[in-house]
Design a protein around this ligand. Sequence first.
Ligand code: GLU
Length: 264
Amino acid sequence: MSNAREAKRIVVKVGTSTLTHASGHINIRLMEKLVKVLADIKNTDRELVLVSSGAIGVGMGKLGLRERPATIPGKQAAAAVGQCELMYLYDKYFSEYNHTVGQVLLTRYSLDDPESRRNVRNTFEALFGMGAIPVVNENDTVATDEIRVGDNDTLSAIVTQIIQADALIILSDIDGLYTADPAKDAAARLVPEVREITDALMDTASGAGSSRGTGGMLTKLTAGRIALAAGADMYIVNGRNPDVLYDLTEGKPAGTHFIAREGC
Ligand code: GLU
């Protein structure tokens, strides 16, 4: 697929650092805008999946926690509170544009076990058939560290693979993949296109994420490997302005485009 204009089935992933303010509370303006753009893109006869992080971050904000809980039960409790709030808001905002969302919480087991994986795929297909927009997250309240997917970049790529989506769009807090860390190196340049995610490229990506989310460039490149191997193109774009999704679906270049080989 040469660009996202032809993509009919699209997975969009949004991370905690895009969805929330530094305080941990929801960035309402951004979330409303994101939903509005997604609802509009859905109106162009596409099938959309939204993979949304933010359960732990939003839970922290709601519970007044300044630091990410250190213990597993602490994180899980924050996720339980935050996931509710997230879905409440997605339901409310998408309803304003006459769209219906369905919550899909996945665990690594449900993605690894062949029968569960089939069930997951069938559920997505049924939701598409009903015109609903699946909103996906990891089931953080039950998944302990040893059995977690761990980050939603990877989760979104696995979903892309399972439902054979045409494109995966990762909304990040940076414009795309750079030749070096732009925060540290003024000579860093945005890479517009990547055709192969080599080990050397992986080595240049640092694993650091924000204090509220878990992803960094490394998890995005890992996601890219999964998506490209499944024949889906991946895009990393800056989610600060959700209008970038219009650019992509209208065939305009934005961020970094990871191009899957034809015939994958
Ligand atoms: N599932 C986690 C949450 O909703 C996010 C994982 C990630 O940041 O990638 O808080």
